[in-house]
Design a protein around this ligand. Sequence first.
Ligand code: SDX
Length: 382
Amino acid sequence: MTEPDIKKGLAGVVVDYTAISKVNPETNSLLYRGYPVQELAATQPFEAVAYLLWNGELPDDEQLAQLRLTERAHRAIPDDVRTAIDLVPLDAHPMDEVRTAVSLIGARDLAGTGSVLDASGSAEQNLERSIRLFAVLPAIVSYGQRRRRGLEPVAPRDDLDYAANFLWMTFGEEADEVVVDAFNRSMILYAEHSFNASTFTARVIASTLSDLYSAVVGAVGALKGPLHGGANEAVLHIFDEIGSAENVSAWLDQALAEKRKIMGFGHRVYKRGDSRVPTMKAALDTLVEHYDRPEVAALYDALESEFVARKGIYPNLDYPSGPAYNLIGFDTLTFTPLFVAARVTGWTAHIMEQLASNALIRPLSEYNGPDERHIDGYVADT
Ligand code: SDX
């Protein structure tokens, strides 16, 4: 009997088309609807990139103004959602708070919409739902950090764009332009990355014609894992363990001897470096200068150069974004929820694309359990 050609982890398997983004490891590039991500990060507000991912084109001034109006109108956390967040233990992981909040928002929005046959909704309804999740997640993430610090939530401000308002709600003060720009760039870089594990999870759920909220909740669960979105949090744990640049060699000796995965390095698709890293590293450099923290750059460079030299494995986006978020003042546990706030745009674009394709995702498996066997004394009905 010939062995089946099992593609563990679906590595290298092309399962469908997508028009949303193109990840090209050969050219080390990433296109969102045809635009190189570094050009978008350098020139666009995150709201415009969200519009691009959902609609396929960058917005004109009127379309952007309309999106901003809708986004501003839905920034505040509904009271009962805040009550639900307050029920989540303070020492639970913030990704559990985010997952819980999205689930309740979905239950409220879908209440009374009829049977499961109507769950998937219309394209218009799902675009509205996508914008509303995009709008409210910053308040959910910033409230999560503030409640863990024993602080009251800060109400959103309508005079601030998405990135500046996100920082305002988190820290209760207006951030400097250089910080807003670096944060805006990070959100654009995190927004979308084809069929990564959390996006594919969302597509599998959408492929059954389930609802958009269920698909986002599933994606949050997938992103939490340290092999995926949880890596940006794990990078800071590593930085805290190492302490400073001169400790890198000894730390790596031990980590590699223990066969540890060095978080923030490696990628299933990119094998010669993650196309987004140069842009995020440039943003990190502006923050290192702004906050006058040269020791962060020294540690970053020392670990990168030594690990690449020893293992030939390159940084992914989580490596520069972790220290960047730390410099801005986000708690380490807040990092992956930040990833959710950005990636919800890519997830919802893929959910809408999957719903439109209407193709159930159901791969095969090769059985390798016990041979057929029977219950003692069982006699089939004749
Ligand atoms: C994201 O898919 C996406 O696009 C994801 C993402 C997105 O935008 O959605 O880009 C975001 O998730 C980035 C990745 C964040 N994860 C981490 O930083 C966790 C650390 N990285 C590794 O776990 C790993 O690199 C993966 C999981 C990311 C990718 O692994 P692969 O492609 O499955 O490769 P592999 O694990 O089989 O590794 C091949 C070899 C192995 O050595 P051997 O067992 O063959 O001897 O390389 C080694 C691995 O042990 N290796 C590492 C390593 N990454 C790979 N060894 C130490 N540290 C690492 N980081």
